[in-house]
Design a protein around this ligand. Sequence first.
Ligand SMILES: *Cc1c(COP(=O)(O)O)cnc(C)c1O
Length: 372
Amino acid sequence: MSTEEQDKKIDDLLQTLKEASASCLGYPVSHDFDYSRLNEFFQYSINNVGDPYEGNTYKVQTHEMEREVVDFFAKLFRANPKDYWGYITNGGSESNLYGLYIARELYPKAMVYFSESTHYSVKKNIHLLNIPSIMIRSQENGEIDYDDLQNTLQFNRHKPAIILTTFGTTMKEAKDNVSKVKKILKHLAIQDHYIHCDAALAGSYGTFIEPRVPFDLADGADSISISGHKFIGSPIPSGVIITKRSVRDKISNGISYIGSKDTTITGSRNGHCPLFLWYAIKNMGIEGLKKRYLHSAEVAEYCKNELIKIGIEAWTNPGAITVVFPKMSEEIQEKWQLATDEITHIICMPNVTKEQIDNFVKDVLKEQEVVL
Ligand SMILES: *Cc1c(COP(=O)(O)O)cnc(C)c1O
């Protein structure tokens, strides 16, 4: 391939990605970041290998930023200031794997309970970890069915319980209530339990939702995972896991045979992502994050109402930025990149504007006219 051909191929790809970013309404990915201040860091082979809290002989790393990102989310999720730990992962899936991994190390004889609406990464992780599990029914809105959870737990109350709650399910952005789950565990006197909250998308703004849905560490979760490239936005996928230091310490002893604390899932770890996340949260702050959520919530409300106006049965879970409606034609699915099963959705990420919603609604109207 000649240099000109290579150049053309790269330029074409860039153009394709630009256009695809501008018309993406169906996936929980923010496209509105600007990390150009950090361009120079692409000259360096940054690698955050090892525990971000342990010393390390490889110095081309961003552990300090990584710890500050963990501090930020630990505070946001109301962790005990004296007892938290975490690290930046490759994404929400790895964060979920980590949560389930420490849960299994704590309770090797446990059963995992997760709902039908749980993300596919969880089922795969349970399989990888080889933990016995039971699927719990979901309610119509996507939230876990608490009665089914209670009944199922009752049959297995002699076993430790690992409950996987989801804060913002993939299709309907339903939120499992951690306080209700805690109450059930207490009622059944199941003392050996662990709750991991998968908050990949909604964790970053859960604190701002009113009325509040209990989900965080103060509410009773033992660990929380989020994705960094979803609500915050990042050119490379990433995630965060927040858990308790006391819990991590219990498992780090078990795997310390290499002489240092090998507490993370992967060895080499991305060192650019912690820097992106650090830059984003320092620029946004809590207030900026809240503003992002309020904008998204407003656009979601607008989107729902505009769709209802043209006769589409659109709805949202309370406080959600995901608008759910019956599935659309293949053309519309393709053009607006709508993830679809029986139903479909628009996720009003912070970059989504009312103008984009108007254009989407116009497309739907056009098709309705053709049918008439
Ligand atoms: C996106 C998502 C995940 C997986 O996160 P990745 O960052 O894609 O690995 C897990 N759970 C839920 C609910 C999600 O929405």
